[in-house]
Design a protein around this ligand. Structure first.
Ligand code: DMJ
Length: 640
């Protein structure tokens, strides 16, 4: 330390005081304690204090006050929680400043500061630390004793008109002449959508799903007290199918009855893909402000789930208190790859629409953690600890628990207008590892993707994994010339295998999982895997394969699914899943899943549309089939 340096010709001043070695040591200890105390006291001074402004950078003080609302909500959360105490708890929100995450790329923060300076205060943040939200006003607490933040943020207004001008195709296509059969089939699917909606509206409006046999509603426990999952999931499908009256009914429900002030435990993933995704898509398609403001308000409620030591969010969040947990069934308090890896698209759009970088920062940090951790054989296991950032178990699957993580890598790149090369590289590397270790051919010549448990293969493919034909097709178009044909073939082979799982059943609908062992080929071998719950993944792949190849067999296969749904799943008051696809007198499960309206019917409809309806030049579908626009206009608030 400079003050104790010996001056030439003079004894050092502790020596001058006549101190011995142990006393010198004690003296030094005392002095350094004193200095630490003095510096620490600076943090207790009000923001206006000159001393504080002298010693601390300006930005840190501003972010301290802006982070206070999340700290406040989190601390009140701890006292109001009713959850079991044996589940891992999130650390206090204060551990992670809201607007100045150390993980945020510097380039992004600089860009946002410049954008904010050019644009003025955000539309939803008036000066004086008040935040306007649809249907009310919420106070943003300033830091204790601090005056309102000096650095008022510039108003941010998303330019919807400019966004619409940036689209390369009319959203609902140009409708050139088409053959009458294709049109008739499309109209049939539109009729199915109307039937599904009308029955939901009549018997279950405001509940999450329709129970078509008992003609009532189902709420479930995935959405933390939020209601109307079917309404929000159906909005964009109704719009695309030009079911105008029905769309207005759904919109009215969102305006009048969609209550976000709920207090229950929700799946972060499900709320994101269904509600945030559905609201964002509805906004981009229509420009109706109500969808945007609800999406942003809900997005804010999800943020406390990210307050973990690594920033990897936990799977369950109480939307009222902000407390978050890992799923009880997830080993050692881990977070699930397909859950925390399926936020990227929606969160970039939340930043884009709000001008608030916090959403983009959260998902960019997830990517950073994933890039840091070592991948066994280049594969991504399904369970990661949000505390240590390490894998918890070596189970790899492109089906449940892993699936949409891979999907969001290639779609992040596409959504960035092919600028996010990091996402593309992660996708390419992951697909290479999957091909090397998991892609197999059955004795009967069917290509499938097995699961991997610590190096041992499980020769099973879940229905969920059937989305991968479509994903590989989507990526194939953009692979280098020499890889392109290879990936087109791989996508076609996997889609064919999934079609076989349908074709080999008595109902012509596919089971929840099918196997390639003990003489079985693309069939369920366990009773518990024979059900079909109106899932979309197989028709999703037909749709992408159709757009890529225009091979008429994909429309033919899609039409077989339409006929099977009509025959085995349509009941008096809606559509129902079935418990066994291998019997033609199926038992219904009495549930019309919301994703049937969001995904299954939408993908079927698009299969019989021209390619310019929700063109893949302009849109990427989130994992719940909600279309989100490609960034042709250089997102201001997200990372390139
Ligand atoms: C949907 O909610 C989404 O597609 C999700 O990614 C996985 N499963 C269901 C439909 O099967």
């Amino acid at each position: 330390m400079v003050v104790l340096r010996k001056l030439p010709g003079m004894p050092g001043w502790p020596a001058a005081l006549g101190l011995r070695l142990p006393q010198k040591f004690l003296f030094l200890l005392f002095l350094s304690g004193l200095l630490t105390l003095c510096f620490g006291a600076l943090f207790l001074l009000p923001d206006s204090s000159r001393f504080k402004r002298l010693f601390l950078p300006r930005r840190a003080t501003a972010s301290a006050s802006s982070s206070s609302s999340s700290s406040a909500s989190s601390s009140s959360a701890s006292s109001s929680s009713t959850r079991d105490t044996d589940l891992p708890r999130s650390p206090p929100a204060a551990a992670e400043p809201r607007h100045a995450s150390p993980a945020a790329p510097r380039r992004l923060r600089e860009k946002l500061r410049t954008a904010a300076r050019m644009a003025g205060p955000p539309a939803h943040t008036a000066p004086g630390s008040r935040q306007q939200v649809q249907g009310g006003e919420r106070r943003v607490q300033p830091a204790t004793g601090a005056p309102p933040a000096r650095e008022t943020r510039a108003p941010f207004r998303f330019d919807y008109e400019q966004f619409r001008r940036s689209l390369r195709h009319p959203v609902r296509g140009r409708r050139p002449g088409e053959d009458p059969e294709t049109r008739a089939r499309r109209m049939k699917i539109k009729e199915m959508m109307k039937f599904a909606w009308d029955n939901y509206k009549q018997f279950a409006l405001g509940k999450n799903e329709l129970r078509p046999l008992t003609k009532n509603g189902h709420i479930g426990n995935m959405f933390g007290g939020l209601r109307g999952a079917t309404v929000v999931d159906a909005l964009d499908t109704l719009y695309i199918m030009e079911l105008e009256e029905e769309f207005q009914e759904a919109k009215k429900w969102v305006e009048k009855s969609f209550d976000l002030n709920v207090n229950g435990e929700a799946s972060l993933f499900e709320v994101n893909i269904r509600y945030i995704g559905g609201l964002l898509a509805a906004y981009y398609l229509t420009g109706e402000e109500v969808f945007k403001s609800k999406a942003l308000e809900l997005g804010e409620k999800l943020l406390p789930a990210f307050n973990t030591p690594t920033g990897i969010p936990r799977g369950v969040i109480n939307l009222g208190s902000g407390m978050s947990w890992s799923w009880g069934w997830a080993s050692a308090g881990s977070s699930i790859l397909a859950e925390f890896g399926t936020l990227h698209l929606e969160f970039l759009h939340l930043s884009e629409l709000s001008g608030n970088p916090v959403f983009a920062e959260k998902v960019m940090n997830i990517r950073k953690v994933l890039n840091r951790v070592e991948k066994p054989q280049g594969l991504y296991p399904n369970f990661l600890s949000p505390v240590t950032g390490n894998w918890v178990q070596h189970h790899v699957s492109i089906g449940g628990l892993g699936d949409s993580f891979y999907e969001y890598l290639i779609k992040s790149w596409l959504m960035s207008d092919k600028k996010d090369s990091e996402a593309k590289k992660m996708y390419d590397d992951a697909l290479e590892a999957i091909e090397k270790h998991l892609v197999k051919k059955s004795a009967g010549g069917l290509t499938y993707i097995a699961e991997w448990r610590g190096g041992i293969l499980d020769h099973k493919m879940g229905h969920l994994a059937c989305f991968s034909g479509g994903m590989i097709a989507l990526g194939a178009e953009h692979a280098g010339e020499e890889r392109k044909q290879h990936y087109v073939n791989l996508a076609a082979e996997i889609t064919n295998t999934c079609h076989e799982s349908y074709a080999r059943s008595d109902t012509k609908l596919g089971p929840e999982a099918f196997r390639f062992d003990a003489g079985s080929e693309a069939m369920a071998t366990r009773l518990s895997e024979r059900y079909y719950i109106l899932r979309p993944e197989v028709v999703e792949s037909y749709m992408y394969m159709w757009r890529l190849t225009h091979d008429p067999k994909y429309r033919q296969w899609g039409w077989e699914v339409v006929k099977a749904l009509e025959k085995h799943c349509r009941v008096e008051a809606g559509f129902s899943g079935i418990r066994d696809v291998y019997t033609t007198t199926p038992i219904h499960d009495n549930m019309q899943q919301s994703f049937f309206l969001a995904e299954t019917l939408k993908y079927l409809y698009l299969l019989f549309c021209e390619d310019d309806v929700l063109s893949l030049d302009d849109w990427v579908f989130n994992t719940e089939a909600h279309p989100l626009p490609v960034n042709h206009t250089n997102f201001k608030a997200s990372v390139q």
